[in-house]
Write a protein that binds this ligand. Structure first.
Ligand SMILES: Nc1ncnc2c1ncn2[C@@H]1O[C@H](COP(=O)(O)OP(=O)(O)OP(=O)(O)O)[C@@H](O)[C@H]1O
Ligand SMILES: O=C(O)C1=C[C@@H](O)[C@@H](O)[C@H](O)C1
Ligand SMILES: [Mg+2]
Length: 255
């Protein structure tokens, strides 16, 4: 065997070791999850995760390939998150609820902790139409926008383990709810009208609230929608006074 052949052989052996160690790492991830579930512990432990990351970065300091190895680690961690998500949710998570209930906020957090894809319905529709939601309403009317929502939900049948952050009105059509439930679990996020008002009062992105952005209008519209939201929901989460981490823990526990 010449030197080149020997190096190639060594490289192949390195790959084998990496494969074995990754298998071991992933089974440890599964054991940690099972342990937390068995003892009713919170699954998301951001402080512990940061600690682990700092430890890794300290260990890597001064290594010749510090940056390259760190890049590999970010993929390893991403994949661990996906393994956890697969283990927990074999379906799409569909977030519904009134404007300002926190659908986008919770979606973003879930995508960070579980590396799940997020479909932000309002954003997808706005991008496809090449105009903002208020402009779609003004140009084509609400019915046109609602039809775009229905079509997008039908497309979601092809997705799995995605977080779907619905527009505030998406769950009001029965047909939409039927689509959501085909391969998703529907999570209703709610908050008091006061909380909603505090969260949305400075924004002009929600055409339904423009000119009506006050607690009385919000209370009345929420009440009008309440029955439909609740009927659509597989689980309900009250978000007043809760952090996004607490909301996500509750979501995991209830699902
Ligand atoms: N649990 C929470 N605690 C404090 N603030 C929150 C919480 N959830 C959301 N917010 C804030 O409220 C505002 C509205 O939240 P978000 O955009 O997530 O609502 P949404 O349900 O997606 O609304 P829309 O239906 O209009 O898209 C944001 O500024 C967000 O930071
Ligand atoms: O509650 C609603 O009816 C809406 C909420 C937003 O997310 C947008 O989808 C649109 O402004 C309509
Ligand atoms: Mg949103």
């Amino acid at each position: 065997m010449n030197d080149l052949e020997m190096y190639r052989e060594q490289l192949a052996m390195c790959d084998d070791r990496i494969i074995d160690i990754l298998e071991e790492r992933n089974s440890i991830i599964e054991k940690i999850m099972a342990y937390k579930q068995e003892y009713g512990m919170p699954l998301l432990q951001p402080v512990q995760e940061e600690k682990q990351e700092r430890r890794r970065q300290d260990k890597l300091k001064g290594y010749r390939y510090e940056q390259e190895i760190e890049n590999v680690f970010s993929e390893i961690v991403r994949n661990s998150k996906r393994i956890q998500a697969r283990h927990l949710f074999d379906y799409n998570i569909v977030l519904i609820g009134f404007m300002g209930a926190g659908k986008s906020t919770v979606s973003e957090y879930l995508s960070t902790v579980f590396a799940m894809d997020v479909v932000e319905m309002d954003q997808v529709i706005a991008e496809r139409e090449g105009m903002s939601i208020p402009d779609i309403f003004a140009t084509y009317g609400e019915e046109y926008f609602r039809n775009r929502e229905t079509n997008l939900l039908k497309e979601m049948q092809l997705r799995k383990q995605a977080v779907i952050s619905c527009g505030g009105g998406a769950a009001l059509r029965e047909e939409n709810v039927a689509e959501m439930k085909k391969n998703g679990r529907v999570v209703l996020l709610t908050a008091s009208p006061q909380t909603i008002y505090e969260r949305v009062k400075d924004s002009t992105d929600r055409p339904i609230l423009n000119g009506n952005n006050n607690i009385e209008f919000i209370t009345e519209l929420m009440e009008k929608r309440r029955e439909k939201y609740e009927k659509a929901a597989d689980i309900v989460i009250y978000t007043d006074g809760k952090t996004v981490l607490q909301i996500c823990e509750e979501l995991i526990a209830k699902l």
